[in-house]
Ligand binder design. Structure first.
Ligand SMILES: [Mg+2]
Length: 510
């Protein structure tokens, strides 16, 4: 436009050298501008072609054991286990059972509206590791920097828009005292609770379903009261759940044969112990299903109703004997731990004092990063293994060729944006905006294939989740099932991958 105007002026004013010079300037800048947006388009095409020509990465082995920290099994003399979701893996039928029992208690005991009986369990709605804000009544996914993952904030069954999230929290990053409580003041409680075990997944669905019911029917409610009532309802349903599961173990527990694994450990002269919060009768039925009637012979120490995490944190709470034949609790003082005897309560201090099992010679497996793994790692120097059932679904998703392509392209597109972002030209900015849009869409696709609402248990876009950062800190190794240990000898050393730090080479090979 500018050039056309100048040429017109030049003809009109007959050979005006000033206008002629302006024409020259316009002529030299015009091709440059065209060239720069053209340059961006060309860079995009080149990177896209490069991405498409690349071989996709090999599949991740879903039965592998992954190392966060080096662990030499030769040093491990004692293997300890949690029971629920560590040795016993539950089928989805257990989620339905817990949800239904909790909903029933809400109506019967807490007098919630009878109509909530129609609210059905929604499998796959929530993932573990989310935070529930007891003040604002939202379920929220946080990353390891305490940043909110936009698009993963739900009130009831409805996602909150980014604008509403910012209105609620004023910021994308939530202060640590709000999430974890003020660590400098014992009286200050956090406004958020994290739902870190698998039993809490049906609990989250019940909270969201009831919230949604209240919101739809314009019923005033207090999010904290709702949270406490649901939590207590599900917790109080556990004894009934234990009875129902014990009556029909095969319907609720996956049939993993644990015998070969325990045989291997025993043949290698390893000591075995069990520390579970569940009651004996319930554990006994499950272990008979998983190992056989003689399952107790594998264990040197059996502790039920341990009340973890108190078992690992309390200094003095006497260990007691449970008589399985009479179903009675015995009052005698315990001075030694005997094979075949069922113990309950107690503390890790007594377990260590009476057995002499200490530090890195003990490897304890659990599914809960805090109540199973945090204290034994931080306070007692035990080695730890996390059993994370969700890995099966997460790895199957990672191994999908479409996911691999999308994830690779996301990386390369992000790099392309980073390399070309400092342009001021309008046309170039338009191209960049288009790339950003494509990147947002891609990021969302990659998130939704794990879980429509909350994405992966381990990632919030490119950052680790709050949950996975904690998990990697407290677990030396992690895997989807305890039986995966059968893929390794009892002398195996697990080596962590040498991760790339931001200031290092992106790859050690060209
Ligand atoms: Mg457990």
């Amino acid at each position: 436009m500018l050039l056309r105007k100048l040429i017109f002026e030049y003809h009109a004013k007959k050979n005006n050298s000033n206008i002629f010079n302006k024409c020259l300037v316009a002529l030299t800048t015009l091709p440059l501008r065209q060239h720069s947006s053209y340059r961006l388009e060309e860079a995009y095409k080149k990177i896209k072609a490069k991405c498409e020509s690349k071989k996709l990465p090999k599949d991740v082995n879903p039965s592998a054991v992954f190392a966060c920290n080096e662990l030499d099994l030769k040093e491990v003399k004692v293997y300890g286990f949690d029971y629920d979701y560590t040795l016993a893996c539950y089928k989805p039928s257990l989620d339905y059972l817990l949800y239904n029992l909790g909903r029933e208690t809400l109506i019967e005991k807490y007098k919630y509206p009878k109509k909530i009986a129609n609210l059905e369990y929604k499998p796959g709605f929530a993932v573990r590791g989310l935070h529930y804000d007891i003040e604002k009544g939202v379920l929220i996914k946080l990353d390891s920097f305490l940043q909110i993952q936009f698009g993963s904030v739900y009130r009831g069954l409805k996602p909150l828009s980014n604008e509403n999230v910012l209105k609620l929290y004023k910021n994308r990053i939530i202060p640590i005292a709000y999430v974890e409580g003020d660590r400098h003041s014992s009286g200050s409680h956090s406004k958020m609770v994290q739902l870190a075990d698998l039993f809490s997944v049906p609990e989250m669905c019940l909270i969201c379903n009831v919230t949604d019911y209240f919101e739809r029917n314009h019923i005033d409610y207090h999010p904290e009261i709702l949270f406490r009532d649901v939590k207590n309802s599900v917790k109080n349903s556990h004894p009934v759940m234990h009875k129902i599961v014990a009556q029909n173990v095969a319907e609720y527990i996956e049939a993993h044969d644990l015998k070969p694994f325990f045989d291997r450990l025993k043949n290698a002269n390893k000591k075995l112990f069990l520390v579970t919060n569940s009651p004996y009768k319930f554990v006994n039925k499950g272990m008979e299903h998983l190992v056989g009637a003689n399952w107790k012979e594998y264990f040197d120490v059996l502790i039920v109703q341990a009340r973890k995490p108190k078992f690992f944190t309390d200094d003095s709470r006497p260990i007691r004997v449970f008589d399985e034949h009479s179903g009675m609790h015995i009052w005698d003082r315990v001075t030694k731990l005997e094979k075949g005897v069922i113990y309950y309560e107690g503390t890790v201090k007594q377990l260590q004092d009476l057995t002499g099992w200490r530090g890195h010679q003990v490897l304890y497996f659990g599914d809960h990063p805090y109540s199973d793994l945090a204290d034994v790692t931080l306070e007692h120097g035990w080695r730890t293994g996390a059993i994370i059932n969700e890995l099966t679904h997460e790895i199957a998703t990672l191994n999908n060729p479409k996911f691999k392509k999308d994830a690779n392209w996301l990386q390369m597109l992000t790099q392309l944006i980073e390399d070309h972002q400092d342009c001021e030209d309008e046309e170039e900015q338009a191209v960049l905006a288009k790339w950003m849009q494509e990147r947002d869409k891609l990021r969302n696709n990659i998130k939704c294939v794990f879980n429509e609402q909350f994405g992966s248990v381990f990632r919030t876009y490119h950052n680790p989740t709050y949950f996975s950062r904690r998990l990697f800190r407290f677990a030396d190794i992690y895997t989807s099932s305890i039986n995966n240990l059968m893929n390794y000898s009892v002398n195996h050393t697990f080596y962590p991958r040498r991760g790339v730090m931001p200031h290092e080479y992106t790859s050690y090979f060209v």
